[in-house]
Structure formats: C-alpha cells, structure tokens
Design a protein around this ligand. Sequence first.
Ligand code: COA
Length: 331
Amino acid sequence: MRHARIHGVGGYRPERVVTNEEIIQFIDSSDEWIRQRSGIATRRWAREDETVIDMAEAASRQAMERAGVAPDQIGVVIMATVSHPFQTPAAAPQLAHRMGIPSPAAFDISAACAGYCHAVSLANDMVRVGTADYVLVVGVEKLSDFTDKHDRGSAFIFGDGAGAAVIGVSDFPGIGPTLWGSLGDQADVITQRESWTDLRPTMEDAGRTEAVPWPAFVMQGQTVFRWAVFSMAPVALETVKAAGITPDDLDAFVPHQANMRITDAMIKALKLPEHVPVARDIAETGNTSAASIPLAMSRMLDEGEAPSGGLALQIGFGAGLVYAAQVVVMP
Ligand SMILES: CC(C)(COP(=O)(O)OP(=O)(O)OC[C@H]1O[C@@H](n2cnc3c(N)ncnc32)[C@H](O)[C@@H]1OP(=O)(O)O)[C@@H](O)C(=O)NCCC(=O)NCCS
C-alpha cells in the first residue's frame, strides 16, 4: 500500500472581528465571564453575503498553493460542514468547480466538530489504496447563521471560518491510525433546535405573527464539557500509542478549539510534556467547529510555533456525539 501525508494547509478567517462586548448586548453576561469560562476574547463572523463556499475557496487556494498541487491533480474533494444552508446540493461540487478541479468526486460530510478529522481519515485511506493521488479536504463553518444570539448557553462560543488541507501520495507515512467513534444516544447534547420539517408549518403559515423559529444550534454545555474532558483525553492518548510514539515525541497538540478550559483539562489528563506547543486559536477565532483544527494548525505553522515536518496530535469531537483523532506529520 502507498503512503499519504498532508502536503499543505491553509486557512481563512472572515474580516469582521466580533468582540465579547458585542455579544453581551443580547445576553446577560460579561466580557470577564466569557474569557474565564471559554477563553474567547473575539471571534470572526462572515459577511451576510459570504458563504461557506466562498470561505472554503479562500482556504483551499492557500492550501493548494502551499502544497504545490495543481487543480488537475486533485481526484476527490471532501467538505466537512454542518452550516451549508442547503440540504442539497452539497457544497463540495461547487467548490471544486470554482477551484477549476476537473470533474472530481466531490461530497460533503456531516460530523460536526470532528468533521475535519473524519475527512482526513477518508483521504488517507483513498490515497493509500490508490483511489486518488491527491484529495482536497476542507473544514468550513458559518456558525453565525445558526447561532441564537439570545441564547446564553451558546451565543458567545461560535465563530466562522475555513481550513483546508491537501492530502496526497508520500514517500513516508504521514498520517497515523485514526481512532474514531460515536455515541448516538447522546444526540440531544449538541443539536439543531428544530428539524426542517418541524419548521414547515410555520413557513407555510404566512399569516403567523409570533417570532418565526429558527433551527439554531444549542448545547448542554456542562455535559459536553465533562464528556470532552473525561472521555476524549483517553482517546487522545490511545491515538498517540497507535501511532507508535509517546506524548514526549509530539511537536504540537491541536485539539478542536471547543473551549480553552477543555483544552487545559485535556493537557492535564494527557500529562502533556511542557515542551509541546498547544493550539489556542480559540482566543481570537472562537469555536469554528469543522474548521477549527486546520485553522489552528495553519496558524501555528505560520507563526513558527510548530515545526514543519513535526508530529501533531489532532482530535475533533462534537455533535453526534462523534469523535476522531490521528497523529499527522505537519506539512
Ligand atoms: C458553555 C460553558 C462555557 C458554560 O460554562 P459552565 O461553567 O459549564 O457554566 P454553567 O452552565 O455551569 O453555569 C455556571 C454559572 O454561570 C452562569 N452562566 C451561564 N451562562 C452564562 C453566560 N453566558 N454569561 C454569564 N453567566 C453565565 C450560570 O447561570 C451559572 O450561574 P450560577 O452559578 O449563579 O448558577 C461550558 O459548559 C462549556 O464550554 N461547555 C462546552 C461547550 C463546548 O465546548 N461546546 C462545543 C462543543 S464542540
């Protein structure tokens, strides 16, 4: 079987910086509480007319340029997103068209904050067995469209952005075994509030006067917190073992940017050596779900915080509940 690795990563953050002051206009909260409980100082929100496809395009252009891979070398495009506002068609074929990738297999996957790590695993398998030489993987969200700005439990958490990676053939193994799984009995822990079919009567009833419900994403914060800390740290440790290394060998830890306190608790549970740099992109970018890991890795590489060629442990976890983790060689 062939080897695969990440050839390049790229990121895109929308221009508009949204402060905690702006968020607390709509909820009973404070800048201090949000910083202390989530580590978030600012997040980015996309323009009203800016779509997940626009953001994905910007991140993909950067990733492909850095990878030195041309559009006609890409055989598959996978977009991980839960905020493309169309049930169908998927966003990936439109992204591929814009990127000038000639007729690739292109599809979206729905694995929430673990979507990027799921897509990396699929891409790795495809490249290794020869289904494709290069796969474009994108994690992208416009969560501002699905945030209830009056919901105290989630209004301050979410942000918008895109991260992309080009995964392709390699002389050495650059993506370790993926550990992944799901807990479908916990579906209500993070969820869209109403289904599209629940909304149908409202949409059909033009005379309705009360507020129109909107399928915002809501969560049981404490349950997510406990699950992430107590269950995801052991998964992270198993992933490192499965890669045949120890935490001491890591050059970066890039967890999903869910909440700074979750990251801190995971570091403790993992007994992560102090020399390993940890992604803390959430402070300025918020929780961008599927986009958070590639955005954070891209930033660490750009700022020289993590070395190109070094080993990074990445772990995504979120609505489903679902999770996926792997050790990768950074491009
Ligand atoms: C959402 C989250 C920050 C809430 O923090 P928490 O410490 O669990 O907060 P709690 O719900 O226990 O509430 C603690 C106190 O803060 C208050 N509080 C809750 N939300 C608040 C807000 N937005 N602003 C100010 N105070 C708030 C509560 O009323 C409570 O007050 P009390 O102690 O006087 O009763 C936290 O649970 C979290 O981040 N969970 C994980 C969420 C996440 O990562 N989601 C994405 C997963 S991919």
